[in-house]
Design a protein around this ligand. Structure first.
Ligand SMILES: C[S@@+](CC[C@H](N)C(=O)[O-])C[C@H]1O[C@@H](n2cnc3c(N)ncnc32)[C@H](O)[C@@H]1O
Length: 237
C-alpha cells in the first residue's frame, strides 16, 4: 500500500530495513523457508532500498538473494549496528522528493529510542516497529532482578526510565505499549489506532507491530491493512 499509494506524490520511495536478516526466514515450527522482509519489499514498487544488517554472513547472503530481484533499482547494503550507521543511511538516501518506509524487525530490544528520534528529526519517513512483548519483554520484565546491562538496554529501548514504574504492577503489554507510543508521540509521531498482535500457532504472543507516522495517509493505509486477514480476506468489522 505504501509503495503504490504514495507513487503520484513521491517519485522516490525508499524501503529501509534496519534489521534485514539474510533474505530468507525459517518457520521454527514447520522448518519451512519463506521470503524475509527484504525480498518481500523488492516485490513491490519501491524505487530504492537500504538494507542494514549487523551480521556479515547474513548480509553477504542477502546481497546474493537481492541481485535477481533488483530490476535496475538502486540498492544499498550497510554492515553494522542499525543504531550506529545513521550517517551511512544519510549518504544512501536522496531526501529531496523522497519518502521512506523504515521497517525495524529486531530480535528484541536492539532498536534504541534515540535512533527513532534521529529519524523523527532528520527523515521524512513512516516507521513500522516491532514491539517484542512475548518474545522478550514479558519474560524479562517479570524477573525479580535485572542486571545493570539489561537495565541500560531497556532504558535505551524505551527512551527513559518511566517503564521502571510499571514493573511493580501486574504484567500488561498494553501498559508498556502505551508508554512506548507516548514516547513516539513526544517525538512528533502519530501512531496507528491499533497494533496487531503477532502470535505463534499456539496463539502465544510473539510481538506487536506499531506504526509511527507524521502523515495522515499512512495512518489511513494502516487502518485498511489491519482490516485484511493474513490470508488476504477482509475482516467484517
Ligand atoms: C528478526 S531478524 C530480521 C528478520 C527479517 N526482517 C526477515 O523478515 O527475515 C533480526 C536481524 O537483525 C540482525 N541484528 C541484530 N542486532 C542488530 C543490530 N543492532 N543492527 C542491525 N542488525 C542487527 C540479526 O543479525 C538478524 O538478522
Amino acid at each position: 500500500m505504501f509503495a503504490v499509494g504514495t507513487k503520484n506524490k513521491w517519485p522516490r520511495r525508499y524501503y529501509i530495513d534496519l534489521f534485514s536478516g539474510s533474505g530468507l526466514a525459517i518457520n521454527r515450527e514447520t522448518g519451512e523457508e519463506a521470503d524475509g522482509s527484504p525480498l518481500i519489499a523488492l516485490s513491490h514498487p519501491f524505487t530504492d532500498f537500504v538494507f542494514i544488517e549487523a551480521d556479515p554472513e547474513s548480509l553477504e547472503a542477502l546481497k546474493v538473494r537481492v541481485e535477481p530481484l533488483r530490476n535496475g533499482r538502486h540498492v544499498s547494503f550497510i554492515l553494522g549496528d542499525a543504531n550506529n550507521v545513521l550517517p551511512d543511511i544519510v549518504k544512501s538516501v536522496r531526501q529531496q522528493g523522497s519518502l521512506s518506509l523504515v521497517f525495524a524487525d529486531a530480535f528484541n530490544i536492539q532498536l534504541k529510542m534515540r535512533t527513532v528520534q534521529w529519524f523523527a528529526n532528520h527523515f521524512r519517513a513512516d516507521l513500522l516497529l516491532h514491539f517484542p512483548y512475548g518474545t522478550y519483554l514479558q519474560r524479562v520484565l517479570t524477573l525479580p532482578n535485572l542486571g545493570e546491562e539489561t537495565l541500560g538496554e531497556l532504558d535505551a529501548f524505551f527512551g527513559g526510565t518511566e517503564w521502571h514504574k510499571l514493573r511493580s504492577q501486574r504484567p500488561n503489554p498494553h501498559a508498556y505499549l502505551e508508554l512506548y507510543e507516548n514516547k513516539l508521540h513526544e517525538l512528533g509521531y502519530t501512531t496507528g489506532d491499533n497494533y496487531p498482535r503477532m502470535a505463534n500457532s499456539r496463539n502465544a504472543t510473539l510481538y506487536y507491530l506499531v506504526l509511527a507516522s507524521k502523515d495522515e495517509l499512512a495512518l489511513k493505509f494502516w487502518k485498511s491493512v489491519n482490516e485484511i486477514e493474513p490470508g488476504g480476506q477482509r475482516t467484517l468489522f
